[in-house]
Design a protein around this ligand. Structure first.
Ligand code: KG4
Ligand code: ZN
Length: 330
């Protein structure tokens, strides 16, 4: 079965072609990062306009690279949300036009289901599994007992972890997106700064707004006292606290739900310390972390998720674009 998938929820315009759920024939990603950098974050109106400029190109390029005829495509899968509405509309309309004109069924896929299923490119899922979702907009621990069943064990009560990374980066004067820049500086530093306790006790919920405010206050207080800030050490302190809490809650969930597999999903899965800690300290189950290229937004993950969603739900149930979808991950 060949799936053509489309992702345009934020600042990446992407089309991918996947064979039989795991074989990525092409995955073309047009990133707008260089354009948004100048503004210190994604500007929604600019993002929509850039998607419009790029969408036809990524369709053509993905088809050419996969070296297949469009009549061989069995299913179109498109990110239906969450995301920036103007950005989503470009991908959804592109996907609808392609599906309608070629008489191919189309389904809407939840963006986070896509991040989770990026892991299925590497390995077959074994249930029950626990997935740590860490992206720019989400921080969640999810329990899956079968394909396309998502039970939320806990989530952030305020900021997402990627959002906190981007804010910390901005506070210490780094560019956008901040996550990789903070991560790189953290590798050169030592965690010498005091950080607040962000464990929230025994729950599976997270909170990152407190540590974010703490970093802002630390930077401002040092500036007022005209004391020098060691940016590397501050990044290392922040990263240690954040990755420790992500690891601890993941370990607890793996144990409590007797998981057979542990997955990491979303842009922050690219974080070096998080990857290292997880591979070093989670030994009791099989651990899967997507390759770097599948951690941040891309259409391949939507194609893989779409493939499994289509196996489980009828087209009507799965459509989602019409608002009828039962496939929700709220
Ligand atoms: O999943 P994603 O591409 O977009 C959303 O769906 O939100 O995640 C983007 C987020 C950004 O906040 C970015 O700063 C963060 O992932 N990120 C990282 C790293 N690489 C990307 N955060 C920490 N360390 C990284 N190496
Ligand atoms: Zn994403």
């Amino acid at each position: 079965m060949i799936v053509l998938s489309v992702e345009s929820s934020c600042d990446e315009t992407s089309v991918s072609i996947i064979k039989d759920g795991t074989n990525v024939l092409s995955n073309v990603v047009l990133s707008q990062i260089d354009i948004h950098k100048a503004f210190g974050g994604v500007v929604p109106e600019i993002a929509s306009r850039e998607h419009i400029k790029g969408i036809t190109y990524v369709f053509e390029e993905a088809l050419m690279k996969a070296n297949i005829n469009k009549h061989d495509i069995d299913l179109v899968a498109v990110t239906k949300g969450p995301g920036l509405i103007g950005s989503l509309l470009v991908g959804i309309n592109g996907a609808k036009a392609f599906a309608l004109s070629n008489n191919i069924p189309i389904i809407g896929v939840h963006h986070i289901a896509g991040h989770i299923y990026a892991n299925a490119i590497k390995e077959t899922f074994k249930f029950p599994l626990v997935c740590l979702v860490v992206s720019g907009g989400h921080t969640e621990l999810i329990l899956m007992k079968e394909h396309f069943s998502f039970e939320k064990l806990g989530e952030t009560l305020d900021d997402a972890v990627g959002e906190a990374y981007d804010k910390v980066a901005r506070t210490v004067g780094l560019g956008y997106p901040g996550g990789p820049l903070v991560d790189n500086l953290a590798q050169q530093g030592t965690p010498t700064y005091d950080m607040p306790d962000i464990s929230l006790g025994d729950t599976y919920d997270f909170s990152f707004s407190g540590i974010k405010s703490h970093i802002i206050n630390t930077v401002h207080n040092l500036a007022q006292r005209k004391e020098k800030l060691n940016v590397e050490n501050l990044c290392a302190s922040f990263q240690k606290t954040v990755t420790d809490v992500l690891l601890q809650k993941s370990l607890k969930a793996i144990e409590e739900y007797d998981a057979k597999m542990f997955l990491v999903a979303g842009g922050v899965a690219a974080n070096k310390d998080l990857r290292r800690k997880i591979t070093e300290q989670i030994k009791q189950v099989e651990v899967i972390i997507p390759d770097f290229s599948y951690c941040t937004d891309n259409a391949a993950m939507i194609g893989v998720a779409g493939y499994y969603q289509y196996q489980k739900y009828t087209l009507d149930e799965s459509m989602g674009l019409s608002g009828k979808s039962r496939v929700e991950l709220k």
